[in-house]
Design a binder for this molecule. Structure first.
Ligand SMILES: [Zn+2]
Length: 381
């Protein structure tokens, strides 16, 4: 069997779509008019991703406000915020270029999603010929909606966690029911939890183990057969061509991360300064048996923050080196992150989101070709 390859999820939204979102926020166009532009962007994303030769694709998250806020609000500006939320929650991340992204704040119970990822998938699947994957947000990210200290009156932390776990399980189950071949859970806050940023209080609370336990509460509701197709994505963030936790040593994250009983992991790696050391850590810490499933390590071979297109040969060489440390039957490839996890992102290093889209498809094609080359060389075809 050839080495599997899979994208994380998002693509830059075309400039036309980003302008339509701004017009919708300003009340200049209707929701129906916005939907027409989203439909166009989804169709274009699917057709062009299929043309790269990728065996599994996504809709590029063109309808989502962001990878983290899609269940909660229609747009990043907060239009259509779900019940029991206010816009002024904590920062989930402060990026190295100085900009930040903020989460809403829970004001009362119960906590419910307004939009499920399957709502997007149902529309995308009609446009696609190839199998689709769907990314969903981790419970550990949405845990940050609840105030760090104290309790919401009439809605205890434990009540919230139970609602949260139920909603995340439902989000994943609905994706499979709608026809997703695989579902990956975005866990960017995992690496950030190993950082201690005085400007972002939650990062100093040593919450990683809590995050892992919470995510396992959701994963443990699925059978080993289901968990084969449930993944976890880790990265140092990716927004406006900037990251939030690239300085955190993987050695701090990986031993805990692989305690999650997921069947596969999409791991940022192309932009790591010492890839070989990380391959070795993956080989040491990933498990052959995570409550009935082997953990497949999809190594990042493409850097979505950098406009330079990796060659298929570079991709192939990364895989061959990784195969010295990770058993080939537990090896896959991916991109380091989504190409644009937030809907409003002008991709400054690329010049424009439209240029960044063109580059993204070239990069995906290189990943697919390089992965095929490595599979041949390793005798796996
Ligand atoms: Zn990411």
């Amino acid at each position: 069997m050839p080495i599997p390859t899979e994208n994380v999820g998002s693509l830059p939204r075309p400039m036309k779509l980003q302008e339509a979102i701004a017009d919708y926020d300003a009340g200049k166009i209707t929701k129906e008019e916005l939907k027409t532009v989203q439909d166009e962007a989804c169709k274009d994303s699917i057709e062009r991703m299929e043309a790269t030769g990728a065996p599994i694709i996504s809709d590029g998250e063109q309808r989502a406000s962001s990878f983290a806020t899609y269940p909660l609000a229609d747009t990043l500006a907060g239009t259509g915020l779900a019940d029991n939320l206010a816009g002024d929650g904590q920062y989930f991340a402060i990026f190295t270029d100085g900009h930040h992204r903020q989460l809403p704040r829970l004001t009362a119970g119960p906590f419910r999603y307004k939009t499920y990822a399957a709502d997007y998938l149902t529309k995308a699947i009609k446009m696609a010929e190839k199998p689709l994957k769907q990314a969903v947000i981790a419970p550990s990210m949405l845990y940050l909606l609840y105030p760090l200290d104290g309790e919401i009156e009439g809605y205890t932390r434990e009540q919230f966690m139970e609602d949260l776990v139920n909603e995340c399980e439902k989000d994943i189950r609905q994706c499979f029911a709608a026809g997703a071949q695989r579902v990956s859970i975005d866990f960017t806050e995992g690496r950030l939890a190993c950082r201690n940023d005085p400007n972002n209080p939650w990062t100093g609370r040593k919450m990683l183990e809590q995050f892992i336990d919470l995510n396992n509460r959701v994963l443990d509701r699925f059978t080993p057969e289901e968990r084969k197709n449930i993944g976890i994505h880790t990265c140092p963030g990716g927004d406006c061509d900037s990251t939030h936790s690239a300085d955190v040593d993987y050695a701090e994250l990986l031993p805990s991360m692989f305690k999650m009983n997921a069947g596969y992991f999409l791991i940022q790696l192309a932009s790591e300064p010492d890839k070989e050391r990380v391959y070795k850590l993956l080989g040491e810490h990933s498990r052959e048996d995570a409550n009935g499933v082997p953990q497949i390590c999809f190594i990042g071979v493409i850097n979505p923050q950098n406009p330079r297109v990796e060659t298929p040969e570079e991709v192939r060489d990364d895989i061959l080196l990784a195969s010295k440390y990770i058993p080939v039957e537990r090896l896959g490839t991916t991109d380091d992150c989504g190409f644009s996890p937030f809907s409003i992102d002008v991709k400054p290093k690329h010049g424009s989101p439209d240029v960044a889209r063109d580059i993204a498809f070239q990069k995906i094609e290189s990943r697919v070709k390089g992965t095929q080359m490595a599979s041949e060389q390793l005798g796996l075809n």
